[in-house]
Design a protein around this ligand. Structure first.
Ligand code: S3P
Length: 166
């Protein structure tokens, strides 16, 4: 089995919204590796970050992505930082991968100060988000087979662009 499409992109790029919409359009299931990690751990992502730290979360995430890539044949969304793993980037080769991009202002606006996103819950979410975007942009582009800008666009329009790029 292989996912119809894998969605990557920073927090606030709309992976869950667009992924759910795409799955509906295609008549397939939607799966999200953050939810897989939470189910396996019996804790939220935020709890794992607080109690065990980011490296432990990244290991769990890497395993969840590896499993989902072979188990799931629908739409698969990865957590925003999943591409930080070289192993995950290697595993994504040969898959259809859509990079949902978002600009700084819109990304900050969409994510707000949600404590559900531990990496963005600090004192200066805008600066954190900028650093995160700069560091990850090349990694998203490395794995993507199509890049779709989500800034100022309706989910339905973004979903159409992803489908057109598959
Ligand atoms: C993270 C993004 C989150 C989640 C975790 C870390 C990141 O997923 O995996 O909080 O490093 O960008 P979303 O991209 O779905 O918010």
């Amino acid at each position: 089995m292989t996912p119809v499409v894998v969605l990557v992109g920073p927090p606030g790029s709309g992976k869950t919204t667009i992924g759910t919409l795409l799955a509906e359009r295609l008549g397939v299931a939607f799966r999200d590796t953050d939810a897989d990690v939470e189910r396996a751990a019996g804790r939220t992502v935020a709890e794992i970050f607080t109690e065990d730290g980011e490296p432990v979360f990244r290991d769990m995430e890497e395993r969840a992505v590896a499993t989902a890539l072979v188990e799931h044949d629908g739409v698969l969304a990865l957590g925003g930082g999943a591409v930080l793993s070289a192993e995950t980037r290697r595993r994504l080769a040969g898959h259809r991968v859509a990079f949902l991009s978002v600009g700084l202002a819109e990304g900050v606006r969409r994510t707000g100060l949600s404590t559900a996103r531990p990496l963005l819950a600090g004192v200066n979410p805008r600066a954190t988000f900028r650093t995160l975007l700069e560091a990850r942009l090349p990694l998203y582009r490395e794995v993507a087979t199509v890049e779709v800008d989500t800034d100022g666009r309706e989910p339905a329009e973004v979903a159409e662009s992803v489908l057109a790029g598959l």
